[in-house]
Write a protein that binds this ligand. Structure first.
Ligand code: DQA
Length: 151
């Protein structure tokens, strides 16, 4: 039987494949797989399916967003450092019809000044920052709410 649940595209940008190893004092000990599992469990409780894609390449993320058009109900994106300068990702998200939730493990606004700018925020429905791994649960709850799926 094919999965009929609406799909949420979960996108992970550069260096997030190193989570667990990478600066655990900033990003925690959990791996990206752990976070994807949290997102899938939360989505499942709302009758949603998660499709995950991680890339260290800007163009691949742009193409993943294009591929979501007309196919996915929503996008949750942690763009990593692309957050701060990748206008091509901004433009691709602007051409996506459904809700977009920007997600960060850390709180970029409490870090170096160059992290205070997000070029993604203007095309996001909302942003979840600074809650560590719980952000993946909060982001999927937010998506469910935006899609009118919460009681
Ligand atoms: C991040 C914050 C970004 O500033 C950083 O470049 C990342 C991770 C976060 O999840 O906290 O790679 O998006």
């Amino acid at each position: 039987m094919t999965d009929q649940r609406p799909i949420v595209l979960l996108l992970s940008g550069p260096n997030l494949n190193l989570l667990g190893d990478r600066q655990p004092e900033v990003y925690g000990d959990a791996t990206l797989d752990d976070h994807v599992a949290t997102a899938r469990a939360t989505a499942g409780a709302h009758g949603l399916a998660v499709e995950h894609r991680q890339s260290n390449h800007e163009g691949e993320l742009v193409e993943a967003i294009h591929g979501a058009r007309g196919r996915c109900a929503a996008i949750v994106v942690n763009p990593g450092a692309f957050t701060h300068y990748a206008w091509s990702i901004h433009d691709a998200l602007a051409a996506f019809d459904g809700p977009v939730v920007e997600l960060h493990l850390s709180n970029p606004n409490a870090r170096e000044p160059w992290r205070h700018t997000s070029v993604i925020a203007p095309v996001a429905s909302g942003t979840i920052t600074g809650f560590g791994g719980a952000g993946y649960r909060l982001a999927l709850d937010a998506v469910a709410d935006l899609l009118g799926r919460t009681p």
